[in-house]
Design a protein around this ligand. Structure first.
Ligand code: ATP
Ligand code: LTN
Length: 334
């Protein structure tokens, strides 16, 4: 039996990924890549919805791809590619935009948040159609499951609605995908502000643990992480968000259960606990960082891998797009 399809992606919005991306996305992608026919993209077209320096965007795109591979996504097993290398994404997004309601798109909370933050004049139309492009990403590959954080759930719901609408209006062209949402325990918070999600585009980077940071810098950030005055290493998301967040990171990176870590550090204070976590983080990220830097030292080889994966992706995507063009009534070029 052929494997089910899986699709996910991340924006190249920073030079390095952060520990939340690693725990919340990459570790699961890596574990799922054997059981599924998996497609992982670096969604550079989506990244254009934010202001970018062109040379920096190119570099961030390579760096994001290198970190996927360094974290264990194997380009010989999974299809790991750059979104803009497959033209069909932008083309299908256009078709899907013609069956997306204006009101429907206006209800997307990510758009509402971002446009409220920037103001209408600084909000570009790409931000508004962002979810339509995301739907195109997913639907081009006849995707069965989409592992994402819960902030993306609404976008996958829209994707399902668009797939069903297209299929019933024009005939079946798309598999209707399902979001597989990560559990809340996989949510990592900012080390300095442990009630806010850790994010690549945080205003200050003091609370962000970067995958590609120097190990000494990561260790220092952990030692300075905000905790509380209670002094006991105990998970309590409500009253001890800082310590709970550190415990979550510790557990996720070691595969251990939180209570066993609590036991290990019972009566030992935060200094010891943070030192222990710093060792775990350095041991886990050290090899990932080295591998990523190695890959980035040979950009020609990395580009070659991305190109051959893009060829593989385009084969699937082009077949879907051709079917869609036929179904909506575009005249075929002979
Ligand atoms: P940006 O600040 O550019 O929005 P981000 O760091 O918030 O970036 P995304 O690129 O939006 O991350 O998300 C990529 C993937 O990483 C998604 O699957 C998302 O759920 C996951 N992810 C991001 N931040 C965290 C976090 N703090 N905890 C757990 N998972 C996260
Ligand atoms: N919007 C997503 C990134 C993304 C994505 C996708 C995720 C773009 N296209 C397709 C899954 C499937 C985010 O995580 N910020």
């Amino acid at each position: 039996m052929s494997k089910s399809r899986l699709y996910s992606g991340m924006q190249p919005s920073a030079d390095s990924l952060q520990v939340g991306n690693y725990i919340g996305a990459l570790l699961q992608w890596r574990d799922l890549q054997d059981a599924y026919d998996a497609f992982f993209s670096v969604v550079d077209l989506h990244a254009l919805t934010q202001p970018n320096d062109p040379a920096e965007l190119r570099e961030k795109t390579r760096r994001t791809a290198a970190q996927y591979i360094a974290a264990g996504i194997e380009p010989s097993k999974s299809t790991l590619y750059v979104q803009s290398h497959v033209r069909a994404h932008a083309e299908l997004a256009w078709i899907l935009s013609t069956i997306t309601g204006f009101g429907e798109a206006s209800r997307m909370t990510q758009f509402k948040d971002k446009s409220a933050r920037y103001g209408t004049d600084a909000t570009n139309v790409g931000l508004f159609t962002y979810p339509v492009l995301m739907a195109a990403d997913i639907l081009l590959y006849q995707t069965d499951i989409v592992p994402v954080g819960d902030d993306q759930k609404q976008h996958v719901e829209l994707t399902r609605d668009l797939a069903e609408r297209f299929n019933s209006r024009y005939g079946t062209a798309f598999t209707v995908p399902m979001a597989t949402i990560q559990q809340d325990t996989a949510r990592i918070y900012d080390l300095q502000n442990p009630t806010a999600k850790m994010s690549k585009s945080a205003e200050s980077d003091a609370g962000v643990l970067w995958l590609l940071d120097d190990p000494a810098v990561s260790a220092k950030k952990i030692m300075r992480a905000v905790t509380d005055n209670d002094g006991s290493v105990r998970y309590d998301r409500e009253s001890k968000p800082g310590v709970s967040n550190l415990l979550t990171i510790y557990a996720a990176l070691t595969g251990r259960q939180v209570p066993s870590i609590e036991d290990e550090y019972a009566g030992r204070g935060y200094g010891d606990f943070k030192k222990g976590l710093a060792e775990v983080v350095v041991a886990e990220f050290g090899p990932v960082r080295e591998r990523a830097l190695e890959l980035l030292a040979d950009p020609a080889e990395l580009d070659r891998v991305l190109a051959s994966n893009a060829d593989r992706a385009a084969e699937v995507a082009d077949a879907t797009l051709a079917d869609v063009y036929d179904k909506v009534g575009l005249l075929r070029r002979r």
